[in-house]
Design a binder for this molecule. Sequence first.
Ligand code: ATP
Ligand code: MG
Length: 447
Amino acid sequence: MVKGMAPRIIPRKEHRISRKQVSPNALRTLYRLHRRGFIAFLVGGCVRDLLLGRTPKDFDIGTNATPGQIKKLFHNCRLIGRRFRLAHIQFEGELLEVSTFRRTFVPSDAESPEETDRDSRLARHHITNEEGMVLVDNLFGTPEEDAMRRDFTINALAYNIADFSIIDYTSGLMDLKERLIRTIGDPRVRFTEDPVRMLRAVRFAASHGFMIEPVAWEVLCELSSAICRVSPARLYEEIQKLFLTGFSGPAFQLMEKSGLILALFPDLSRWFYGDSRRPALLYENLDYIDRLCRSGTPVSPAFFFAALFGPVMEGTVLDRHREGIPRRQALNETCAAIMGEVAKTITVPGRVGGRLRAILALQTFLCRMPPRRAASLAGRPEFLEAVAYLRLIAETKKDLHVFVEWWDAFLREPDSMALLNEATEEAPRKRRRRRRRKPRGPREDAT
Ligand code: ATP
Ligand code: MG
């Protein structure tokens, strides 16, 4: 929307959002704010998802009540965030985020002393680094200003509890219809202010099957290396959202094309382009992960990283083993090197890296027939993930099916399989003939 233009308001009878689709806790919160005279909107991704007929992950509320006023209204409210305070309202099994409308600081063009003074006061609430990345942005604003600081038009729609209308400050409804991801404002400015928006664009394109607006896509490809400026902890969060929601294959494809994979995972990227068969192998793994996620099977970050890095790690381990390095040592060193490279950009918690190594290390034990000490292997904390990984690689290596079948049978009947396993392990020992000791003659020095 051009500044100063009226937003488009779609009355209740002309859109498909019904209050039945909204969580009762969110409705209660909206009504209470509204009754106390505040503006109360559902904002962000939940409005987009409701319009698409999807179940939103969470319901975010925007209001003109200040954090202090929100806290007074809800006894179950906690204020979080040091610079920009947000209210978290905790209900049984549901956490709602209520935020006061915010704005982005834009310096005025005028040069009058008053305006310059006002600008310098406001600028203290909006700090960017030399590259234009926003570091602090904490000014309260109007509902319209709040919409304009959001990332994409489809994420800037609001649902007004006062009259159940939808408010479209940008071209959100049209873009939703055309399945288009369009930045609000110049994509170069918006991706530079916050490079995470590039990952978010990819995520929505992959998960919703939308297209990134061509101009924005071009800029994204050009700026992809700027993703490394984002804090490593935030990148870890984003990577999980990107890859663990059932669309890692299409997301990886867009990231690979745009240069985001090269920027985030240089080792993986080198391996990926090193041999024409590798992309298909990696996409098979990602497709497997996506099928698990979509069927509701939880996928741990360690298992996901094993699927992503397993092929490159196994290849390196094999090469080093052929050079004479013991397999275990080669695996430890390869994991440390590759995860060390990743850690330069993304904070992958140490326990996730350790678990990933353990999943790969257990494969040698799982691929023995008959397996040794099955019950004790099953007691290892990484055992289930290791079997899941074996199932995953067996998708492309058919000769591993026999091991998968054995362990699946074990998982169905752990007790009987453990007994059987012990019996097969014991058998050779029982058959071993004990050598009879030669009777010792009396020692010469015996008295
Ligand atoms: P999801 O369904 O994955 O939760 P979402 O769009 O709701 O998607 P959230 O991370 O929950 O994503 O963010 C809520 C809203 O906050 C977004 O819809 C968007 O309007 C705004 N937002 C989030 N991150 C950014 C960002 N980096 N820049 C601008 N606006 C953002
Ligand atoms: Mg959300």
